[in-house]
Design a protein around this ligand. Structure first.
Ligand code: FAD
Length: 492
């Protein structure tokens, strides 16, 4: 027998900051809900980058419905001006929230959703669709039914590949054992994987900068550590930011420190490098080639950003923007090809709706490939979508996004420094080049001057026959991270 839609719970996929915020709003609205989380605890993705300090202070990291529930339970609110680490975000906010009696019984950990569809209806069937429950298939094989689905599953588990064309570089899959995805805990839990090794960081965003500074610190402790940095652009200027001309002293200091490391040879920068091929080398090392030059390293940190995984919703009617992978309405508001340090207008249920009624992707996943997502934006999405599910369209459409005129979108990754940095700029993956004041205090700074992706890239000169370019391009132009490595691949 088919359940009545209104008797079924709203199912939230993911117990990250935004999924838990949605759950708090659902509780506040009196709507039955279930949260399905793949990890074994709350905010499993944030926990993996727990050693990284956020670039937004506490005041922008807490959802208001969640804060209300926590306060009622005697929660001691963190200092709103402090920048927490990911670990502190979990320990001081998300875990206490998930453990509240109003939330805990509704959260199922170790529960991965592998598919979402409509009960008995594939994507083609229209008749009766709106009144038919959603069906969620779990990795265990169990099927659940839902009145609506809020997909807050993030993008952390689907990082971009190293290959410059958006598909894996030749040999990338085989070389997976030496590739680490963004933000390893270089000075902590992952130290042994990097100490004394030749490490190449690929990417030009905030994650790359963060890892490079940590690796430079590691190289001081373990001098055999050699640090290389490959970027597609012909200049690292965007990663360095405004330096002393930057209105943000801490952000300027970050760029300055990175530049100083590069100029001193402690970080070996390779510009105009688009990863084309990886191939095994002696002693477990790997060669990385752009078709012309070849680098020989022991480890690669792939800091090339993230993309959403839409594979679980292929039987739903989604109208995805062909570029961003967000909804079409949201795409022009967040497009890093266009956005400078402008504003993302407040947005909610109307911009997040798909042709499939009752399915909403919110949180980091809602932005698709755009790297400019902020938790505060996700909390407003959660509030608006839940209000709509409760039938309160006035509240759903009254989208508010009170962000600081400046100051939320940059980080000061100086270790153990949790002071607030001054004004807005590059978001995760988007180092900033200037500062902008958002109008009226609504909206948020996002992207970098001229648009994150606006700078043209050099043409990729690749060999058409994989397997030949490494040797061919090596001896004349080899570059190797560090200063000793026997002339890169030629010496090996
Ligand atoms: C290093 C880093 C620093 C950042 N710093 C800031 C900052 O300072 N300020 C800011 O506003 N934003 C910041 N962000 C951006 C963004 O706010 C965070 O990524 C945030 O965690 C996104 O929240 P989310 O709930 O949308 O997704 P996530 O935190 O990724 O949570 C998604 C959850 O869904 C679960 N999940 C995934 N797939 C499934 C499935 N199929 N079934 C069940 N569960 C599933 C995951 O295990 C995870 O717990 C940062 C991001 C990164 C990576």
């Amino acid at each position: 027998m088919i359940d009545r839609l209104e008797d079924l719970p709203v199912v939230v996929i993911g117990a990250g900051p935004v999924g838990l915020a949605a759950a708090a709003h659902l509780h506040q609205r009196g709507l039955p809900f279930t949260v399905l989380e793949a990890g074994d605890g709350p905010a499993a993705a944030v926990a993996q980058w727990g050693h990284v300090r956020l670039f937004s202070p506490w005041r922008y990291n807490v959802d208001q419905a969640a804060a209300g529930l926590l306060r009622d339970a005697g929660w001691v609110e963190p200092d709103p001006e402090i920048l927490p680490t990911g670990g502190e975000l979990v320990a001081d906010y998300l875990r206490p929230l998930a453990d509240l009696p109003a939330m805990k019984p509704a959260i199922r950990y170790g529960t991965r959703v592998v598919a979402v569809t409509r009960l008995g209806l594939d994507r083609l069937r229209t008749a009766g669709r709106e009144a038919t429950p959603f069906l969620l298939r779990l990795a265990s094989g169990t099927d659940l039914r839902a009145r609506a689905v809020i997909d807050a599953s993030g993008t952390w588990t689907t990082p971009n590949v190293l290959g410059a064309a958006g598909i894996p570089a030749h040999g990338e899959t085989t070389a997976a054992g030496v590739v680490t995805h963004a933000l390893p805990d270089v000075l902590g839990a992952d130290r042994d994987r990097f100490a004394g090794k030749r490490v190449l960081v690929v990417g030009a965003g905030h994650s790359a900068a963060n890892t490079l500074l940590a690796l430079a610190a590691l190289a001081e402790q373990a001098p055999d550590t050699k640090v290389g940095w490959a970027i597609r652009s012909t200049s690292p200027a965007r990663t360095y930011g405004g330096e002393t001309a930057d209105a943000l002293p801490a952000r300027g200091a970050l760029g300055t420190r990175l530049r100083e490391h590069v100029e001193a040879g402690r970080i070996d920068l390779v510009t105009g490098f688009s990863v084309h091929q990886l191939a095994p080398a002696a002693d477990g090392a790997v060669t990385v080639s752009d078709g012309t030059r070849t680098l020989t390293v022991d480890r690669i940190v792939s800091a090339t950003g993230f993309r959403p995984d839409h594979s679980i919703t292929t039987e739903l009617r989604l109208a995805l923007d062909p570029i961003m992978g967000s909804t079409r309405a949201l795409a022009p508001l967040i497009d890093p090809n266009q956005h400078s340090c402008g504003t993302v207008p407040p947005h909610g249920v109307d911009e997040l709706a798909h042709p499939e009624p009752g399915y909403y992707a919110i949180g980091a996943k809602s932005y698709g490939r755009a790297p400019t997502f902020l938790m505060a934006t996700g909390y407003e999405q959660a509030r608006s979508v839940v209000a709509a599910l409760a039938g309160d369209w006035t509240a759903a459409r009254d989208v508010q996004l009170e962000l600081p005129e400046t100051g939320v979108c940059n980080s000061n990754p100086i270790l153990h420094d949790n002071t607030i940095t001054a004004s807005g700029g590059g978001c995760c993956g988007t180092p900033a080049a200037d500062t902008t004041t958002t109008s009226g205090g609504r909206g948020l700074a996002t992207g970098i001057s001229g648009g994150l992706l606006a700078a043209p890239l050099p043409l990729v000169g690749t060999s058409t026959s994989p397997g030949t370019d490494s040797a061919g391009g090596c001896c004349g132009t080899s570059t190797s991270p560090g200063t000793d490595s026997a002339g890169g691949c030629c010496g090996n």
